[in-house]
Design a protein around this ligand. Structure first.
Ligand code: SF4
Ligand code: SF4
Length: 384
C-alpha cells in the first residue's frame, strides 16, 4: 500500500531537451513526495532499463538526459548516485561498457555501476522465488530508485515499473529464470517477489518516447510526451496499461499483484494526479497474450474447465516466429534460447514448438527484429 501522496503522477514532458526534461522531472518528484527522505551521504542506486546496446532514439532504454537530471537532483541534496542494470548477456565490464556507450550514458557523464559481483540470497517473504541470485551493486545502496521505460513486451505484454526489476538478476542467469518459470503467471509472480524484495523508494517511468509493437528491443518508437511516477510499481503500471490500451487482467504482473492485494483491479480505484487523460494512446500497438485461464469459467471451472483451459492455451498462445527476409543468420536466438528449442537450418532459425517455453528471449535479443511474436488465427478471432 502507498505510504503517502497519490498512487501515480503524470507530468507532461514533450521531449528530451535537458532543461525542459529536468523541470518536468522536478515537478514529477515534487508531486509524489519529493526526495525529502534523501539525507546527505546516502548512496542511491538508480536501476535504469538498459535492455541492450541500443541508442536512445531506439526507445528501448531509459533516456540519458532524464538519468542525468535525476543524478543532479540527488547530488544537489548531498547524496551519491550510481546508475546501472544487467541486461541479457555477460555481467562484466566489457559487455556493460558497450551497453553504456550505445545508450548514451558515457556521453551524459553519468556515475555508472562498475561492480559486477553477484550474490545468492534467501527471500523468505517471497511467494514463489524463495532463493535468487542478484546483482550485488544495489545491495550496497541505501535506497533504490527504479527508472523504467514504457514499452510493449513479448512475454509480459507490458514493460514498465514492475518488469524493470528483472534487471537485478545477472544477465547470464536470466535464461535459467525463464526455464524455472516458463508459465507467464509464475514468471510474473517471480517478478512481483523481486519488486517486494527490493522495495524501491520510488518508481519512475520514462514515457516521453515509448516503444510499441515488437518490444522490448525491436519495436517502433512512439512519442507519448510524459513522465510517470509512483511509490507502488503495480499501481503505476495500472496507469501505464491504461495509457497503452492494455486490458489490465492480461498483463501477468498486474494480475499477480491484484491477486496479492497489491493493486486494485480498476484504475478508478487509484488516486491519480496530473493530466494523464491527455496521453492515452488509443491505437498503441500491443502484444496481446490471451491466456486459457481467462476462458476457464466458460466450462464452469473444475477439471473440465482446467482441461479446456489447457487445450485453449495450446491453441491460442502467442509464439515466436521468424520473418525470414529480415533474418541475417547471426544465431543469437539459437544461443540465447534457454530451452534449446532453436536449430539453424540453411542459416535460418527453426523452432521446435514442443520444446519452446514461450519466454520470447529470442524475440527480445534478435538484433534485426526478425524474431517476432505471432498470434495464431484462433487467438485473433477470440481477441475480436
Ligand atoms: S537472432 Fe534474429 S537475425 Fe539472428 S538468426 Fe535469430 S532471427 Fe535471425
Ligand atoms: S524459441 Fe524463443 S520463445 Fe521459445 S524457448 Fe527458445 S527463446 Fe524462448
Amino acid at each position: 500500500m502507498k505510504d503517502h501522496g497519490p498512487d501515480a503522477v503524470c507530468v507532461p514532458c514533450p521531449d528530451y531537451e535537458p532543461a525542459r526534461a529536468r523541470e518536468a522531472l522536478e515537478r514529477l518528484l515534487e508531486a509524489c513526495g519529493g526526495l525529502d527522505w534523501l539525507k546527505p551521504g546516502m548512496k542511491v542506486g538508480i536501476k535504469a532499463n538498459l535492455v541492450a546496446a541500443l541508442k536512445p532514439e531506439n526507445a528501448a532504454t531509459t533516456h540519458p538526459v532524464l538519468l542525468r537530471a535525476l543524478v543532479e537532483l540527488i547530488e544537489e541534496r548531498g547524496g551519491e548516485a550510481v546508475v546501472g542494470d544487467s541486461p541479457g548477456g555477460l555481467f562484466n565490464a566489457a559487455f556493460l561498457g558497450r551497453v553504456y556507450q550505445a545508450a548514451g550514458l558515457n556521453a551524459a557523464g553519468l556515475p555508472l555501476n562498475r561492480d559486477y559481483r553477484t550474490r545468492e540470497l534467501e527471500l523468505p517473504e517471497a511467494k514463489l522465488c524463495k532463493r535468487a541470485t542478484v546483482t550485488a551493486w544495489l545491495l550496497d545502496c541505501d535506497a533504490v530508485i527504479n527508472f523504467a521505460k514504457l514499452k510493449s513486451h513479448g512475454m509480459m505484454g507490458l514493460s514498465a515499473a514492475a518488469k524493470n526489476l528483472f534487471g537485478t538478476i545477472p544477465g547470464t542467469m536470466k535464461p535459467e529464470y525463464h526455464f524455472r518459470y516458463p508459465n507467464p503467471a509464475d514468471f510474473a509472480d517471480m517478478l512481483v517477489d523481486l519488486d517486494e524484495f527490493w522495495k524501491p523508494r520510488l518508481h519512475i517511468v520514462d514515457a516521453v518516447l515509448t516503444m510499441e509493437g515488437n518490444g522490448p528491443t525491436a519495436g517502433t518508437p512512439r512519442p507519448m510526451g510524459c513522465l510517470l511516477a509512483g511509490q507502488n510499481p503495480h499501481r503505476l503500471d495500472l496507469l501505464c496499461a491504461k495509457l497503452t490500451g492494455m486490458e489490465p487482467a492480461t498483463v501477468p504482473t498486474l494480475r499477480a499483484a491484484m491477486d496479492r492485494g497489491l493493486c486494485p483491479e480498476r484504475l478508478e480505484a487509484l488516486e491519480l494526479e496530473g493530466p494523464w487523460q491527455d496521453f492515452v494512446a488509443r491505437d498503441f500497438q500491443i502484444i496481446t497474450q490471451r491466456n486459457g485461464l481467462q476462458f476457464q469459467s466458460l466450462m464452469g471451472g473444475g477439471r473440465r474447465g482446467a482441461l479446456f483451459s489447457s487445450f485453449l492455451n495450446r491453441c491460442i498462445a502467442a509464439r515466436p516466429g521468424v520473418e525470414k527476409a529480415a533474418c541475417v543468420g547471426c544465431r543469437k536466438c539459437e544461443q540465447i534460447c534457454p530451452a534449446k528449442a532453436i536449430r539453424m537450418k540453411h542459416q535460418k532459425p527453426v523452432i521446435r514448438r514442443r520444446a519452446c517455453i514461450r519466454c520470447f528471449c529470442c524475440q527480445e535479443f534478435c538484433p534485426k527484429g526478425a524474431m517476432q511474436v505471432k498470434r495464431p488465427p484462433l487467438a485473433r478471432i477470440l481477441e475480436r
